[in-house]
Each structure stands twice: as C-alpha cells, then as structure tokens.
Design a protein around this ligand. Structure first.
Ligand SMILES: Nc1ncnc2c1ncn2[C@@H]1O[C@H](COP(=O)(O)OP(=O)(O)O)[C@@H](O)[C@H]1O
Ligand SMILES: Cc1ncc(COP(=O)(O)O)c(N)n1
Ligand SMILES: [Mg+2]
Length: 553
C-alpha cells in the first residue's frame, strides 16, 4: 500500500517564543544559545583540567533519517549498527513511520523547521564526525540539511537515497529526486542507491546486470558525489550479493554470499550506517564499504532463522556480536594497530636449537613485553596442537595470536588472525574464509602491494626485509628508504620486519611515518639465551623512540 503523507502544524509541541530545553549544560533557550562558539571554550577548559589527558573523543555519526516503529530499518537500525561497531550515533528524525514486517502503514513527516532545530541542537554541540542520511521525506528537508551542513561542516556525508521501502511503499516525495540531484549529491562523499533508487535517479533506466550497475554508478557519479555504491541486494538471478563501488576512475565489484533469509528489512540503512561508522573511526572509503558489507552479511547469516512478525520481510539482529559464541567476538576487541608495537614471530628451528617449547617461547616473549605473537611453521598436527596451547596463553594475557600462512590452522584453533605473504593465499580470499572480525596481515615490499592489501581487506602490512637476515634466504632487502616509501603509500598500519633488534630498532622508528606502528622480531628474540630480557631491551628501545617522536611533534 502507498503511504499517506501527513503534514503537522508547524509548532506541535512548543510555542515558537518559549522553546526551553533542558540541555547537558543546564537549561537554555535553544535558538539563542545552542551555537558552536559557546561550546569550544567549555571543552578547552575541561581538557586543561585533565592536563590534556584522559579524555577520549568517541567517533560520532549523526543519522538524519526516519523512525521505523518496527525498528528493523531507519533511525533504529542506524543506532544499532553504529553501536555494534563501537561508534556513537545521534539522531535527527525527519519522519515517524508506522511500519512492521508487512509494510508501511503511515508516514508522519516532522515539520522542516523542527528538523532544522534538531540539526542545530546536535551539530552545534556534539562534534559530529560523519552525517548519514536515510529517509528525507521532502525537498524542504533536503534543503534544511544542506543549509545546516554548510553552517556546521562535518568530515564526510553518506547519503542513502531512500525513496521506496522494500515493501514498495513511498518514503519520499517523487519531487525529491530533484533535491537529491541538484543539492545533496554535490555535498556527498558517497551515495548508496539500491537498484530501484539508482534507476529512478537516472530517469527509469533498466538495471539487470553487473554491467548495467557499473554504468549507473558512473552516471550517478556525474551528479556530484565522490564515490558511488550501487547495491545489488535485489539483482535478479544472482547467487551472490554483488555491489558496485565506483571511485571516480574504476568500478570495483564487491562480492558477498547471498544469505537465504526473509530477514532483510533494513539492510540498506544498516550498510550506510556501517560505512559512516567506519569512516568516523578513520577508515578510507573502500575499506569502510567492505567492512560494512561484511557486517551486513554476518548479521543476516546470524539472524537468518529468527522470527519477528508475520509479514514477508523481517528485521535482523544487529547486536549478534554480543551473543555469538562461535565468533568469540564478545571477548575479542577489534584490531588495534598499536598491538603491532612489539611483534614477536616464533621460529620452530630456533626453539629446537635452544631446546625450548613453543609455549615457553611465547610465554617468555609476552613476559618481556611482546604485544602480538605470530606462530610460524610446524607439521600440521603439531601446528594445531601448539597453536591451541599458545592461544590459551595469549588469550589469558590479552595478546593477539596470528598464524603464519595457514588459514586452516587459524580456524582450527580460533586464532585471532592470519599473516600471509605475497605467494600465499590472497588476503581477499582469507578475509572471506575468516570473516570480518579476524586480523589479517600481508607481507609487502612495494607501494603497489600495500595498495592491493588494503583493497583486499587486510588490517595491517608487514614491510621488509628492512635489514639482511638469516631467517629468510634470498629475501630481497628493501632498506629504510624502501620501508619509508611503503609506509607513505600505505593506507594500512605497518610493522617493519627483517633483521631488527634492540641495536637498530631506533633507526627504524626514526623514519617518522605515522602509520609505522612497531617492529617485528624473530632472531633478536628467539635466537637468544634469554627471550624475556631481549624482549624487554627491544621494548625499551621502542618506548624511547616513541617518546622522542612525541616530543619532536
Ligand atoms: N540476502 C542477502 N545476503 C547478503 N547480503 C545481502 C542480502 N540482501 C542484501 N544484501 C546486501 O545488503 C546491502 C543492502 O543492499 P540492498 O538490500 O540492495 O539495499 P536496500 O535495503 O536499500 O534495498 C548490500 O550490501 C547488499 O549486497
Ligand atoms: C524509516 C525508514 N527508513 C528507511 C527504510 C528503508 O529500508 P528498507 O529498504 O530495508 O525497507 C524504511 N523502510 N523505513
Ligand atoms: Mg534501502
């Protein structure tokens, strides 16, 4: 059924002259005082009180969207998605919908002036990183939003051009196409239409194939946004869930598994919110899109059999990570690049030489201050057993354990991730097998390899050999210059590897690349009589290098 648009009288709750709100800093008259300049001195004062320490800005997404009473889509989906990814989400509500798993029974737009007032309240005070838009019911609301963003600029704008719900109900005036095309798209960093929306934006062209989606993405890019994602959830006859990402030059085909489920209500809202959340955390665009897509796929997979409501399209569970036993995600925090600080790579040959077990080696390196461990080479059976034992040690110390090359071993022992080289399984495939929450590292010697690792969805790169080493024969040494070139080009955090120990770690960290997060060590830890004291020595050199770097900023 098509929903009816109701228009509210312009001041439904407060008379225009007496809008008094209880704000965080006491009661104030909204229009007169909710302005940015009043806020800055307050936060500076608080910062000074703390000596500049101890305060943390939480990444913050503002969603400007409609409320879905069924809570599968709209503002409710946005808040849950951001929350699940560890990002704060404020909400400006543009319309209230009466909606369930059957469809949309009614739409009640919020008056434009009150949308403007909500925008001012949030944007003037709360240091929003990213704005994400969903249902914008009228051209007037689009205009109000564009004006607000000009007054209070944010880091990026994600536009999900919601027009018709999956149930076929209108969520936006048809005339709004012009609002999107003429005003909002030019300000957008990314626009994420589904097939129907992309078609409507382009005057009704038919979109049935991946090639059609690519040319639609290019045409929408001409309307002004920096990036376009044409979503293929509704692509006919497709056994994969294929989305097309266009970056202004190239079309990337993003493949995911199509989950067989009725619970797909809100996938579009969730995807756009996850993109916004990842951007708020600092991810580059393609990485944000890939993480968002993986999140939707995992949430659908987890929720495929849940039953909420009796209609044809149910909601899914955004908070699956709090519950999933298999993922262990409630226990494991997401990858923290600072874990690369002192990266210990075990070596079975060295352990044999010094007659110590792998578990003793791992324990000693953690005791000496290693922040992440990579376990290398053994026979499969031994490898799995050793990895399981090491997992127990690492988990009890909160230190991630990665497995070198062997995705099967990592899966068998539920390790925190895998590190692959250029001739191993491609990171893209590893990501598919391990899912979005595991850590993936890739060895890279060149800027092109670093770029590919990022596109493939890796979390970090290992760069080297920086200096000659006996652990890898015929390994090309790239030197400090090579390391610097890769760091500068890499969008991912970097750990340097190859012949690094307490004697030269300082010279490595001194190259001064902000994304060089630490060093990996093999012989300088494990080919020594006392691993603990060698790790401590290396750690103190690294600490010294990082405090000097901070002082020189
Ligand atoms: N059944 C499914 N399995 C896996 N991913 C899906 C499924 N349906 C949709 N998606 C993904 O969800 C995201 C939202 O797409 P889509 O459903 O087309 O958007 P909308 O909700 O706006 O119609 C896309 O990344 C799409 O590939
Ligand atoms: C308030 C609101 N906003 C957006 C959507 C689109 O969601 P979907 O495309 O998944 O039906 C919706 N149904 N309701
Ligand atoms: Mg949608």
């Amino acid at each position: 059924m098509a929903a009816v648009f109701l228009t509210l009288p312009s001041s439904p709750i407060f008379p225009p002259t007496a809008r008094v709100h209880a704000g965080r800093r006491g009661v104030f008259v909204a229009r007169a005082s909710a302005r940015a300049p009043m806020i800055a001195p307050m936060s500076e004062a608080m910062d000074a009180e703390n000596g500049g320490r101890g305060q943390r800005n939480m990444p913050h997404v503002l969603t400007v969207a409609g409320s879905d009473s069924g809570a599968g889509a709209g503002v409710q989906a946005d808040i849950k998605a951001c929350g699940a990814l560890g990002v704060y989400c404020s909400s400006v509500i543009t319309a209230v919908t009466a909606q369930n798993t059957v469809g949309v029974q009614g739409v009640h737009p919020v008056p434009e002036e009150f949308v403007a007032e909500q925008l001012r309240s949030v944007l003037s005070d709360m240091e929003v990183d990213i704005v994400k838009t969903g249902m914008l019911p009228s051209v007037g609301v689009v205009k109000v939003l564009c004006d607000s963003l000009k007054e209070f600029p944010v880091r990026a704008l994600v536009v999900d051009p919601v027009m018709v719900s999956t149930s076929g109900d209108m969520l936006s005036e048809p005339s709004n196409l012009a609002g999107y095309r003429n005003e909002l798209f030019a300000m957008a960093d990314i626009v994420t239409p589904n097939l129907k929306e992309a078609s409507a934006l382009l005057g009704g062209v038919s979109l049935r194939t991946v090639a059609d989606m690519c040319s639609a993405a290019k045409s929408i890019h001409n309307l002004g946004p920096r990036y376009v994602l044409v979503k293929g959830g509704d692509l006919p006859d497709s056994s994969d869930a294929i989305d097309i990402f266009f970056d202004g030059e190239e079309c990337h085909e993003l493949y995911g598994s199509r989950i067989k489920t009725r619970n797909t209500h809100g996938t579009g809202c969730t995807l756009a919110s996850c993109i916004a959340a990842e951007l708020a955390k600092g991810s580059p665009m393609l990485h944000a899109v890939q993480t968002a897509k993986a999140f939707v796929e995992s949430a659908l997979n987890y929720s495929k059999d849940i039953v909420i409501g009796n209609g044809p399209q149910g909601p899914f569970d955004h908070l699956f990570r709090l519950k999933s036993q298999n993922d262990n995600v409630g226990l494991k925090p997401q990858f923290d690049a600072n874990d690369l600080f002192l990266y210990a790579v075990t070596d079975s040959g060295m352990n044999n030489k010094w007659d110590r077990s792998i578990t003793d080696a791992v324990k000693a390196s953690i005791e000496g201050g290693a922040t992440i461990i990579q376990e290398k080479d053994a026979e499969t059976r031994n490898f799995v057993e050793a990895a399981m034992a090491c997992m127990e040690i690492c988990r009890s110390h909160g230190v991630p354990l990665l497995i070198n090359d062997r995705v099967d071993v990592a899966l068998a022992c539920d390790a925190d991730g895998v590190h692959v080289g250029q001739s191993d399984m491609p990171a893209r495939v590893v990501r598919k097998l391990l899912g979005p929450r595991k850590i993936i590292g890739v060895s890279c010697k060149t800027p092109a390899q670093a770029e590919q690792a990022w596109i493939d969805g890796a979390d970090y790169i290992g760069c080297g050999g920086v200096f000659p080493t006996t652990t890898k024969e015929n390994n090309l040494t790239i030197g400090l210059d090579g390391l610097k070139a890769v760091c500068l080009a890499s969008k991912l955090p970097v750990v340097a590897i190859g012949g690094i120990g307490p004697g030269n770690a300082h010279s490595v960290m001194k190259i001064g690349a902000p994304n060089l997060k630490g060093v990996a060590a093999v012989s300088s830890l494990f080919d020594r009589a006392c691993i603990v004291s060698e790790a401590q020595r290396l750690r103190s050199v690294l600490m010294d290098a990082s405090s000097r770097a901070r002082l020189s900023v």
